[in-house]
Ligand binder design. Structure first.
Ligand code: 5AD
Ligand code: MP5
Ligand code: SF4
Ligand code: ZN
Length: 625
């Protein structure tokens, strides 16, 4: 939608065409649950047949997790000005414990919505906000603790299984994995989802005002998830660019998106994003609160912050990063750090605490914050305001003091049945990563961990998706439930749409590598399908099974663009005579013809004959015609 000028956004906005292209050889499928409106989206990738000497062999279509929402469903007409269909509306209404309010409860929200100067850029179909009836708690954790399985929980169970049962025969070969204490059942049931949420070991970020949401779960005993950060800054970007980043991010696999806008029109930007997002949206409300006081941290008040929480909760934000662990007493612990406080929220709160020489209002008003959260089912992401911002500062006293406090706050949130996850570092060398995971599990009672990377070295600006992808893969393996991406622009500038994709693909790799290493029951199916396609020279399948079919195809086309090359038994890396997979196939064919079965002797004999053949052909290989 980037081509549309801000002055006519509300009437002219259009979806980014790139975001609605179907994936090659793929179709959107829906697995239906116990009622017709539980329709869980997945992507099915059609594969070609295997050619064997005995004829054609079918390859089962592959099912993959799909975060892209209705955008990749050709049956759904996308209209960014209308927003997405309200998938969860009936589920929320049925529970009959909420009311639609005549107007926004937030004074700031009302003022923005009434301002005629914003008409041209406002999302045009604003809905009245919904809130829990007085005295009611509408969190998924509250239901879970009463033994209720919600449609959201059933949806998630189907989603996590990815039709695993279809692959019992084929492709299920898998290494046992090392899970470091995670409990990964071979089949996820709705009851398992409920019990993990009740226990606080997983969260379902799902604000009752985000009815467009396709439910997902964040927890150590489920698939590892990834988050993409987007949002404008005072220096650059616009509403349309940010909506494009969101639709681009979910296309490539973002499980949640954080809108970290700090520039113009934060309220309106967020409305456009939420109304068009099938994934949970997170924010850091203190950023917008700071904007409201002209960037002067010392002028922040509990009242302004509270109004901001309500404003955002009524728009449908699914989780709030709240830096309530930055206590006055911890600030001196950062004095001798190389990079001080690198968290934006952390530095804002540190400034407020010092200016007033008082305990942070986030800490002192924490129970009131819980009351707001449970009236809309907003989840906590307890912010790591004192995370290390350099290798030198990793695992220091300030960082771990804050973690202890986050543990205390988790217990308070749980007392209110408010879903909670914990944010983690930052910059940490590889050998200090495991300690972070172990301490978090102990301090925070196994509440899900959500880490930024961590970056494993400081020396590669321009490549921090890689420095952090390494740390993300490690901490994901140890038990982190969601990995917050870092893009190549980290430390250098605001990421653009391309950087968003680069960050996502990097983090999809990290998260999947972690699932494999943990031994998640369905994790290896896609690897097995890919390896089989690769060994059988099914090039199209190799492109299409991958995380980024476009990139894979482009690279193959660079040297072998001809259609015939898409079935050739080699690529330009080794060429026809040195293709080891081709040679292996010849060895196997030979063994088969000789009636020698797979054993050692067959391979040995095959190799010997091959050796002879190569010696004879040697001249030809080295003196290329
Ligand atoms: C906490 C992390 O959030 C990221 N971050 C902060 N603001 C934005 C934004 N507008 N867009 C993308 N990423 C952002 C940075 O990568 C930072 O390190
Ligand atoms: C995992 C993680 N940690 C922190 C933040 C917020 O940023 P900040 O703490 O800089 O305000 C974030 N978006 N994600
Ligand atoms: S990314 Fe840039 S603006 Fe943000 S803390 Fe680092 S130097 Fe400052
Ligand atoms: Zn950094």
């Amino acid at each position: 939608m980037s081509a549309i000028p801000e002055k006519s956004l509300s009437t002219q906005a259009q979806v980014d065409e790139q975001a609605i292209q179907p994936f090659p050889n793929s179709r959107k499928i829906y697995v239906t649950g116990s009622r017709p409106d539980i329709r869980v989206p997945m992507r099915e990738i059609r594969l070609s047949d295997t050619h064997t000497s005995r004829g054609l062999e079918k390859n089962l279509p592959l099912t993959v997790y799909d975060t892209s929402g209705p955008y990749t469903d050709p049956q759904v007409k996308i209209d960014i000005r209308q927003g997405l269909p309200e998938l969860r509306r009936a589920w929320i209404e049925e529970r009959a414990n909420t009311e639609l309010l005549p107007d926004l409860s937030s004074a700031y929200g009302r003022q923005r919505n009434a301002d005629p100067n914003l008409d041209h850029l406002r999302f045009a179909h604003l809905r009245p906000p919904r809130r829990a009836n007085p005295g009611h708690n509408v969190t998924q954790m509250h239901y879970a603790r009463q033994g209720i399985i919600t449609p959201e929980m059933e949806f998630i169970a189907l989603r996590e299984n990815q039709r695993l049962e279809q692959y019992r025969e084929q492709l299920l070969q898998q290494h046992p994995g090392q899970s470091f204490g995670a409990n990964l059942p071979s089949q996820i049931t709705s009851e398992f989802v409920r019990s993990e949420v009740a226990r606080g070991r997983a969260i379902i970020p799902a604000n009752i005002n985000h009815t467009e949401l396709e439910p997902m779960i964040i927890g150590r005993n489920f698939l590892v998830k990834i988050n993409a950060n987007i949002g404008n800054s005072a220096v650059t970007s616009s509403i349309s660019e940010e909506v494009d980043k969101m639709t681009w991010a979910i296309r490539w696999g973002a499980d949640t998106v954080m809108d970290l806008s700090t520039g113009k029109n934060i309220h309106e930007t967020r409305e456009w994003i939420i109304r068009n997002s099938p994934v949970p949206i997170g924010t850091v409300p203190i950023y917008q609160a700071l904007e409201k006081v002209g960037g002067k941290a010392e002028e922040l008040t509990w009242e302004i912050f509270r109004d901001t929480l309500i404003e955002q909760a009524e728009q449908g934000v699914d989780y709030f990063t709240i830096h309530a662990g930055v206590r006055l007493a911890y600030i001196p612990l950062t004095a001798n750090r190389v990079t001080g406080i690198v968290s934006r929220g952390g530095s804002i709160m540190a400034k407020w605490c010092l200016a007033h020489h008082r305990e942070s209002f986030l800490y002192t008003h924490f129970e009131e914050i819980c009351e707001i959260m449970k009236a809309y089912d907003v989840s906590f992401s307890l912010g790591d305001g004192l995370r290390p911002g350099s290798i030198a500062d990793a695992n220091d006293a300030a960082q771990f003091a804050e973690l202890e406090t986050l543990g205390e706050l988790t217990q308070i949130a749980w007392k209110h049945d408010v879903q909670t996850m914990i944010e983690g570092p930052g910059h940490v060398p590889m050998h200090l990563i495991k300690e972070n995971m172990e301490k978090q599990l102990v301090c925070c009672g196994e509440a899900p961990f959500y880490t930024l990377g961590p970056l494993t070295t400081d020396i590669a600006p321009g490549y921090d998706h890689i420095t952090s992808g390494i740390g993300a893969a490690m901490i994901g393996w140890y038990g982190t439930a969601m990995l917050c991406y870092v893009t190549p622009k980290e430390h250098l500038g605001l990421p653009n749409k391309n950087d968003v994709k680069e960050g996502i693909i990097t983090y999809k790799i990290a998260a999947h590598a972690a699932d494999l290493a943990k031994g998640h029951p369905s994790a290896q199916i896609r690897d097995n399908a890919m390896s089989k396609a690769r060994f059988e020279f099914r090039w199209e399948d190799q492109f299409n099974i991958g995380l980024d079919p476009d990139q894979a195809r482009e690279y193959h086309d660079e040297t072998l663009p001809q259609q015939a090359a898409k079935v050739a038994h080699f690529c330009s890396m080794c060429g026809p005579h040195f293709c080891s997979m081709k040679i292996t196939q010849e060895v196997r064919e030979y063994a088969h013809q000789k009636g020698l079965e797979n054993g050692h002797s067959a391979l040995e004999q095959g190799m010997a004959e091959k050796a002879q053949e190569f010696r004879e052909k040697g001249v030809e290989i080295y003196h290329k015609a």
